[in-house]
Design a protein. Structure first.
Length: 463
């Protein structure tokens, strides 16, 4: 197997076009990683990086998740501190608005409408960058309030408050838009989806920290019994990692194929022969979106309850203080709420993005039907029932993947950097993007009659 993989990589550099695309992609991704280490003028990124390194066990909050997606740029106070997430957020917002606003939905179906929506997404990205940039800049200016009283040191080295805000927000906004442009260049001239690869390379860049934490577990100092315990835990973690990766790959590519029969039809003076095809319904149709939605929303309850605790008297003070404790990251109430929200947003995403009525109408217009199912409303009801069932399986899978790193970090006291690679958004994004990239490489190799990564069959994308 390893010989086949090695030969496949060697074949990639025998095709001039594929070779140039791979080298171009690697070069652009290198620039993206350099942007994560260039500190914004007037900021002391070293102090914040030390704080994150010393508090890796508490890195599961919103800022910790954001720092992971940004490839550590936030903790370095770098020009790419915002990462590419504002663009992703803007894209998601417009995608949801397109599903519920008829005018945008009509625009998306018109010729050139998709390009117009992309333009709106860039404008919205700038607005989100300004808002998030102000939040980050204010947090760096008051680190004790943002990160806790145990933060020692000063991050901002500029005395002029107004100039500091303008400069910092402008630089971070420019950095994000540059990352978006670089991602688009990869999509056009490189290999793979550029924006997804920019996020993935940031996540993979945290791998050395995870390896260091795992290595410390193997070499845990103390008694012989404690050392044996941590070595056994490390071996179990490695086994769990391979099982998790295999499960993610299997469910990411899992599909239910709905047979579709097309009748012979006359279009103008041309006769189109009928045939049988398949409509693939992905088990994990919503992808990583339910986890992102749930994580983002669950950042607010604890913050709200903390504020209410400080600004209310008895008897509400004790109630809000208890709620603040119960909504701690990794608590049982947190995990329960997290699970329910992932299940809810899995169905919510499918309801907004999967339009079974339109699919049934398109099949009817093109002379297609599902054997044994009446066209029109009958087909729509059949697709709705089928999608609801497989969505439940995908939602349960997402829930398991999402809670694994939380349980490892909070219940088993595993280092946060190590636990983050055993599930959650990091695992789903990395595996999904790598599968997409391998699929594109596979298609280039097959076109020129080279063996791909798999001798039997082809990799399925996430479409």
């Amino acid at each position: 197997m390893f010989r086949n993989i090695f030969n496949t990589f060697a074949n990639c550099f025998k095709i001039p076009e594929l070779k140039s695309r791979i080298l171009f992609t690697v070069g652009i991704l290198t620039v993206c990683r350099l942007m994560a280490y260039i500190t914004i003028p007037g900021l002391n990124g070293t102090e914040l990086a030390k704080y994150f390194a010393a508090n890796s066990q508490s890195g599961g909050g919103l800022l910790g998740m954001y720092n992971t997606f940004a490839g550590g740029a936030y903790e370095n106070c770098a020009i790419a501190a915002l990462g590419i997430m504002p663009y992703i957020s803007a894209t998601i917002i417009l995608q949801l608005m397109t599903a519920v606003i008829p005018r945008l939905s009509k625009l998306a179906r018109e010729e050139g409408g998709r390009a117009q929506i992309i333009k709106y997404g860039r404008y919205l990205t700038v607005l989100l960058c300004i808002g998030q940039g102000l939040y980050f800049a204010a947090g760096w200016e008051n680190p004790q309030k943002q990160f806790g009283a145990n933060f020692v040191g000063q991050l901002v080295l500029i005395d002029n408050h107004v100039w500091y805000l303008i400069q910092t927000v402008l630089i971070m906004t420019t950095g994000t838009m540059l990352l978006v442009w670089l991602g688009e260049q990869i999509t056009e001239r490189g290999i793979g989806n550029g924006v997804s690869l920019v996020i993935t390379i940031g996540i993979v860049a945290r791998l050395p920290l995870a390896w260091r934490g795992l290595k410390d577990m193997f070499g845990h100092s103390g008694s012989a019994a404690a050392t044996h315990h941590w070595q056994g835990t490390g071996i179990l973690l490695i086994i769990l990692l391979f099982v998790t990766i295999g499960g993610v790959i299997a469910v990411t590519q899992a599909q239910r194929k709905i047979p579709v029969q097309y009748a012979s039809r006359m279009v103008g003076q041309k006769m189109y022969q009928g045939g049988t095809n398949f409509m693939p319904l992905r088990v994990n149709y919503s992808g990583v979106m339910p986890i992102i939605f749930a994580q983002s929303i669950l950042m607010f309850p604890q913050t709200i309850f903390q504020w209410l605790t400080m600004h209310t008297g008895q008897p509400f003070h004790d109630v809000f203080q208890w709620l603040t404790t119960q909504f701690n990251y990794g608590s049982m109430l947190y995990l329960g709420t997290y699970t329910v929200m992932i299940l809810f947003f899995s169905y919510f995403w499918v309801a907004t993005q999967f339009n079974e009525i339109q699919i049934a109408d398109d099949l009817k217009k093109n002379g297609g039907y599902i054997p044994g199912v009446r066209p029109g409303q009958g087909t729509s009801d059949y697709l709705h029932r089928a999608m609801s069932r497989i969505t439940l399986a995908g939602a349960i899978f997402l829930t398991i993947i999402a809670v694994i790193p939380i349980i490892l970090a909070k219940q088993l006291q595993i280092d946060q950097y190590v636990a983050g690679f055993f599930g959650g958004t990091s695992m789903l994004i990395t595996v999904g993007v790598l599968l997409d990239t391998m699929r594109q490489v596979e298609s280039h190799l097959m076109m020129r009659h080279y063996d791909g990564f798999l001798k039997k069959g082809r990799l399925r994308g996430r479409f």
